[in-house]
Design a protein around this ligand. Structure first.
Ligand code: SF4
Length: 325
């Protein structure tokens, strides 16, 4: 039985900056701070949701954890081992345990490979099993994601969007991972298909004891799948709480605004908080609290002092001067 309180993954002050250069001497003129000092953990068998507007850095964070992007600073600790600077060989081994499901199932599959070849590719790369064992594994994986064995010979263009994402999930499961980073796994699908894929992912989690880092911009999707939720704004986590606490008692003005934009059938259930202005550039984030140019509660201190992420009640952390003790 997985222990949700035992961290499988710990991310500490993780940073991913992209340097900007100018002129023929490639003079360094600044950094795009896509991820800027993010810390959280994911327990065994747990789903942690990561939510925020597009461009807030959440997908970069997911890729940096997998070392598909190299971190600029901070630490990534998996099963108690620092994996931030693992060499290529050790990283290859690690990729068996940490897999990713991409947003666009179309782009993540090779159009020249059959579904069966795509699903078995990770087994071939890692030299796992012989032909017969891979065949058995393929049938098991297809069944697990609700596809028929005879669909193994089809090509991606012969499948619907939902079926392609099922193939993406089967491919991610092939190496029996412990953690899956799911980067907007349903946002490219029809709404009617989204619930099927989310239910499939939850069923598989229950059966295999997987952990998910579930990245999405859609709060209703995150609410459905995640036990704890981190809200990200301009490269930083601004609130982190259990699902019930976040939805029942949001503390950060940005979280309040996000929640108030979710349609509800209950009249007057939540007053709409309108966000003014655009998300500022991560190249030149505002001083102090990054949310201050858009915050309806801005105070003088917010323009000067960056609020730290502080635990204000059991398991509920927020980075806002309104809630400092
Ligand atoms: Fe708003 Fe200030 Fe809190 Fe930032 S620190 S969210 S500007 S009240």
């Amino acid at each position: 039985m997985p222990d949700k309180d035992k961290p499988l993954l710990e991310v500490k002050e993780l940073k991913k900056y992209y340097p900007l250069t100018a002129g023929i001497t490639s003079r360094h003129i600044g950094d795009i701070k896509a991820v800027d000092g993010v810390s959280f953990s994911v327990g065994e068998g747990e789903s942690l949701g990561l939510v925020g507007e597009s461009g807030c850095g959440k997908s970069t964070l997911g890729k940096t954890i997998l070392r598909l992007e190299e971190p600029t600073g901070g630490k990534i600790i998996y099963k108690g081992t620092d994996i931030t600077t693992l060499d290529k060989k050790a990283l290859r081994q690690l990729r068996k345990e940490i897999q990713i499901i991409f947003q666009d199932p179309e782009a993540s599959l090779d159009p020249r490979m059959t579904i069966g070849q795509s699903i078995c590719e990770p087994l071939v790369i890692h030299n796992i099993g012989d032909d017969r064992e891979r065949e058995e594994m393929l049938v098991w994986l297809l069944e697990k994601v609700g596809l028929e064995p005879n669909q193994a010979s089809l090509y991606p263009h012969e499948l619907s969007g939902g079926q392609k994402q099922r193939v993406g999930i089967a491919r991610a499961l092939a190496l029996n991972p412990k953690l899956i980073v799911a980067d907007e796994p349903v946002s490219a699908l029809d709404v009617s298909i989204q619930a099927q894929i989310l239910n499939l992912m939850l069923d598989i989690q229950n059966q295999m004891g997987l952990s998910y880092l579930f990245i999405a911009h859609d709060l209703s999707v995150i609410k459905y799948v995640a036990r704890r939720i981190a809200v990200m704004y301009l490269g930083k986590i601004v609130e982190l709480a259990e699902r019930e606490a976040l939805f029942g008692n949001p503390l950060h003005p940005y979280t309040e605004a996000l929640l108030s934009s979710v349609p509800t059938l209950i009249p007057g259930a939540r007053k709409r908080v309108l966000l003014i202005g655009e998300v500022p550039s991560p190249l030149n984030p505002p001083p102090g609290c990054r949310f201050h140019p858009r915050c309806p509660h801005v105070m003088p201190a917010c323009r000067q002092e960056e609020p730290a992420l502080i635990e204000v009640s059991q398991g509920h952390s927020v980075a806002c001067h309104l809630h400092r003790s």
